[in-house]
Design a protein around this ligand. Structure first.
Ligand code: ADP
Ligand code: MG
Length: 316
């Protein structure tokens, strides 16, 4: 039996004892239908919402989160611009399958070689989603490109003739040096992506402190690459452990899912898949909560076959 239960503490979706994820999807079919909403989420807060997606550690899923949340927002009917601020290792265009359409970047805009709207790459699938890259791969950034330039860019997006977008998402580079400082400067809120391992958590904790020092107090976290089989075997920290360590509101829990890697390689973000993969649904849920300025308040509870008592969840 599956039911929604209010939570005071987060937890993770029960997928059964050490089953490969794919097989477990079957068991989750009823959850899919429960997670469908039949209304448009209510946009909370002042627009445009300028959200930096950050982590400290590299490879934890910032770019994946930016691409999937960005396209989910577009699907939910909101306009979104994603800025790839990972200047040295730009790859958001690849994840979105837009790499062949990036003709101009912010560098050309700043040099006066093109207009801002020429550098914005409109997604063909969802025209209310646009991508903006800072520079071409391997090209050098102009000296002095930093927080001020990015803030100017965000202001220019706000003042576009066609109106400001609802969301500006900034895909932050790894680390806490100049690239990080630049990426967080124009943001009013942050999504901190972490995986349930100690190295990622230590970096996330450090980054939380730096964000707060910069005046960004609205920080929500996404716990990515969660493996319930490992949590059950006590080989991985639970989402509850992560939340206790970081003390941040939870925007989403994304399971480890080979579909994420497949979608990355195809340049087709997971949230566009039909039928949706489990991780895609989880990203969609996170986008929903982002819109409503909400955090996880309810979790899916699936009861284990009697005798063995109960346990767990995610979602809501
Ligand atoms: P970052 O931007 O933080 O460096 P990426 O978003 O580029 O991280 O992700 C790094 C790698 O991890 C990519 O190959 C991506 O496909 C993979 N990945 C991210 N999230 C998941 C997940 N939930 N399940 C499986 N693979 C994932
Ligand atoms: Mg990245």
């Amino acid at each position: 039996m599956i039911c929604l239960q209010p939570i005071t503490k987060p937890s993770v979706l029960y997928l059964g004892p050490r089953k490969p994820l794919k097989k477990s999807l079957k068991t989750l079919t009823p959850i899919h239908s429960l997670l469908q909403y039949n209304r448009k989420p209510q946009l909370a807060g002042e627009t445009p919402r300028v959200v930096v997606i950050t982590s400290g550690k590299g490879g934890v899923g910032k770019t994946t989160t930016t691409a999937n949340i960005g396209l989910s927002l577009a699907r939910l009917g909101f306009s979104a611009v994603a800025i790839d601020a990972d200047v040295g290792l730009r790859n958001l265009d690849l994840l979105l399958g837009l790499e062949n359409r990036v003709n101009y970047t912010v560098v050309e805009v700043l040099n006066g070689d093109c207009r801002l709207d020429q550098a914005l790459v409109r997604d063909k699938r969802w025209s209310n989603f646009e991508l903006l890259c800072i520079s071409k791969p391997r090209s050098k950034l102009p000296l002095g490109f930093g927080g001020k330039a990015l803030t100017w860019l965000v202001e220019a997006l706000k003042n576009r003739e066609e109106g400001a977008p609802d969301f500006i998402l900034i895909d932050c580079p790894a680390g806490i040096d100049a690239g990080f400082i630049t990426a967080i400067t124009p943001a009013n809120e942050a999504v901190l992506v972490t995986t349930p391992d100690i190295t990622s958590l230590r970096d996330a904790d450090r980054v939380t402190g730096l964000l707060e020092c910069d005046g960004i107090r609205d920080i929500k976290m996404i716990v990515n690459r969660v493996r319930t089989d490992m949590i059950k075997g006590e080989d991985m920290m639970s989402v509850l452990d992560v939340q206790e360590m970081l003390g941040l509101p939870l925007l989403g829990v994304i399971p480890e899912d080979s579909e994420v890697i497949r979608s990355t390689n195809r340049g087709y973000p997971l949230v566009l898949n039909k039928p949706p993969a489990l991780a895609g649904l989880a990203f969609e849920q996170a986008a929903w909560r982002l819109v409503e300025q909400d955090s996880m308040k309810a979790v899916m509870v699936e009861e284990e076959p009697k005798k063995r008592g109960f346990f767990s969840f995610f979602g809501g």
